[in-house]
Design a protein around this ligand. Structure first.
Ligand code: F3S
Length: 72
């Protein structure tokens, strides 16, 4: 078994204030809605090549609205 872990990003809509840093860092992972708030693109899956960007987005959201979850 390879034991691969898949990462997903989520945006807590109750916390997001539309700073858009997540989108600036990783437009591949986030999209902005009509109100300027962010949400995860698609089902939020993070391909391995984008893991670093996903972690940066988590660190850079001033509202701590971005979360990374692991699914194995
Ligand atoms: Fe919202 Fe944070 Fe991104 S406030 S737009 S989730 S940087």
């Amino acid at each position: 078994m390879s034991g691969s872990i898949s990462l997903k990003v989520q945006v807590d809509a109750g916390r997001c204030q539309g700073h858009n840093r997540c989108y600036a860092i990783a437009p591949e992972l986030f999209e902005i809605d009509d109100y300027g708030n962010s949400r995860a693109k698609g089902d939020g899956s993070v391909p391995p090549a984008l893991e670093e960007k996903a972690r940066l987005a988590v660190k850079n959201c001033p509202e701590h609205a971005v979360r990374l979850t692991q699914e194995s």
